[in-house]
Design a protein around this ligand. Sequence first.
Ligand SMILES: Nc1ncnc2c1ncn2[C@@H]1O[C@H](COP(=O)(O)OP(=O)(O)OP(=O)(O)O)[C@@H](O)[C@H]1O
Length: 233
Amino acid sequence: MSLDRGLDITVNTTLGDFTLEASAKLDGPLSVLVGPSGSGKSTLLNVIAGLTRPCFGRVTFGDEVWFDSERNLFVRPHLRRIGYVFQEGRLLPHLSVRSNLKFSRWFRRSTGPGPRLEDIVDLLDIGHLLDRSPRNLSGGERQRCALARALLATPSLLLMDEPLAALDEARREEVLPYIETVRDRYRIPIVYVTHALEEAERLGDEIVSMRQGRIEKIERRVRSPQPNKEPSS
Ligand SMILES: Nc1ncnc2c1ncn2[C@@H]1O[C@H](COP(=O)(O)OP(=O)(O)OP(=O)(O)O)[C@@H](O)[C@H]1O
């Protein structure tokens, strides 16, 4: 199953000694970027997000052109309607979880109604965490709240940069089913960066292997339906 909103990327950019020269069509719904440290995964994610402006090339998402060097066209990050989940969650520490979630809705760019706060809270089982400070959450709880915050901004595309890398095995196992539920229930394309091959194989509809700033191969996968994979907390 592929989405009608795919990413089409042909870019060349240099950061210091590093050159990213990447060309790919990502149809998802969940595309995983894998590769050794320094291969350019986060740089490619930043190019998609508009946080790095490439020297040359073109980036499109569905029928939207986000970057075209020939036309000197560059859509700024906040206009791309992208949700971002980072390794550390990056919730605002001086606000409660509830305020973090409400704050995120304020930045919505979609004209439609968007998901209801209660539905996202239920989906990610974070109702009991709403009045807490992000400082008092476990790593897994923090990432579930960060995912909720990203979804509430009604993104067209979700970028996840090593969201489980800072968690131990048990916490990773706690969060993975929620990511699977979001992948399967919300038809938002996701580009997901990880070092962990088993995570890539469990989550990915396509696995994009990077090495030295290039995309070596894209492997499309057919995921077999897994019984009892709803989150269990
Ligand atoms: N702003 C910058 N200036 C100079 N070099 C940079 C800049 N940003 C990234 N790099 C270099 O680009 C290369 C690719 O970095 P990137 O973070 O994209 O790799 P990665 O595959 O995500 O690595 P990791 O898995 O360790 O996070 C690295 O050598 C990095 O040092």
